[in-house]
Design a protein around this ligand. Structure first.
Ligand SMILES: NC(=O)c1ccc[n+]([C@@H]2O[C@H](COP(=O)([O-])OP(=O)(O)OC[C@H]3O[C@@H](n4cnc5c(N)ncnc54)[C@H](OP(=O)(O)O)[C@@H]3O)[C@@H](O)[C@H]2O)c1
Length: 293
């Protein structure tokens, strides 16, 4: 018999989590502020709780997935709910900051509630599949205890460490990579539109050059980890050719009236590195100019 699980929050993500738990055979109790959103889960076999208190009373493991930690706290800090949670395990899968997670863990500890914090690196369609990724931080014992439950939610579940803030920290780091690609794509689209290149052609070139870009990112991370900033025989490209090509893009954008908010930021980082004498160093030397090394 699989352990019973309660899920608070039936938005897009919370609903996917609850469906995956039901599919894995967990008796699942759900609650949502707007009750109508829980109806598809009831149809799939979940119990729908009439209150947060009833939902948390139904299971020893309570998964929370609402919009932010403020919403989580507004639900859990009700004295009746807090009292009912004593001795149970909360798995907070709402997105938040590292300090937000540390704060909730401290609050949970003061009330005898066990706490794991998680970050979902996937969209709802990846939940319950092998390709889904879930980062978890908090006490190792609680992670081991809930590993099978977490495994029903994503194929790639990783315990990042005992500090509850680590999952959110790594999530933000990976999101920075993602937005780099997405905002880069917005600039590519603007350039193609200005130059009357159809976007299907852009899509094909993105697929063709993706392995090159993946390789550059992997190399940048490896070099930054090792502190190998000076150019050497393994350098793929120094700052100088990057800066030259970057200026071709800036010129084109200026000529076509394309928004340069993002490239202005790139320019500032390039300039800091070049002014400090890194023009002929590896591109990884730019990582020294992004804040704390
Ligand atoms: N969607 C994704 O691809 C994705 C990926 C990774 C992580 N996440 C994270 O998962 C969380 C949920 O995302 P989502 O896509 O499911 O968002 P969503 O569809 O907008 O759902 C938000 C949920 O939060 C609830 N909520 C908001 N404020 C509340 C409050 N004050 N009290 C009680 N419930 C409240 C909503 O209840 P109502 O229905 O009553 O409004 C709803 O259940 C977010 O933290 C998000 O960053 C999402």
């Amino acid at each position: 018999m699989q352990p019973a699980i309660s899920v608070l929050g039936m938005g897009r993500m919370g609903s996917a989590l609850a469906h995956a738990l039901l599919k894995a055979g967990h008796p699942t109790t759900v609650w949502n502020r707007t009750p109508a959103k829980a109806a598809p889960l009831a149809a799939a076999g979940a119990e729908v709780a009439a209150s947060v208190r009833n939902a948390v009373a139904a299971s020893d493991i309570v998964i929370v997935n609402v919009s932010d930690y403020q919403a989580t706290q507004s639900l859990l800090r009700d004295p009746d709910v807090t009292g009912t949670l004593k001795g149970k395990l909360i798995i907070e899968l709402t997105s938040g900051t590292p300090d937000g997670a540390r704060e909730v863990q401290a609050w949970a500890g003061r009330h005898g509630i066990r706490y794991l914090d998680g970050a979902i690196l996937a969209t709802p369609d990846f939940i319950g599949t092998e390709a889904g990724t879930l980062l978890i931080s908090g006490p190792a014992a609680a992670f081991e205890e809930s590993r099978a439950v977490l495994g029903a939610l994503a194929g790639n579940v990783q315990h990042i460490g005992a500090d509850p803030g680590l999952a959110n920290a790594l999530d933000s780091a990976v999101l920075a990579l993602m937005w780099g690609a997405l905002f880069g794509a917005l600039q590519s689209i603007a350039v193609c539109r200005a130059e009357a290149i159809d976007l299907e052609t852009l899509g094909k070139q993105w697929s063709a050059t993706a392995p090159v870009i993946d390789g550059l990112v992997a190399d940048l991370i490896k070099r930054s980890a090792a502190g190998r900033y000076a150019a050497d025989d393994k350098t793929l490209s120094s700052v100088s050719p990057h800066y030259g090509a970057f200026h071709h893009l800036v010129e084109l954008m200026a000529a076509r009236g394309i928004d340069r908010t993002i490239t202005d930021g790139y320019e500032a980082i390039f300039r800091r590195a070049i002014d400090a004498g890194h023009l002929h160093d590896d591109f990884a030397s730019l990582s020294l100019f992004m804040g704390r090394p």
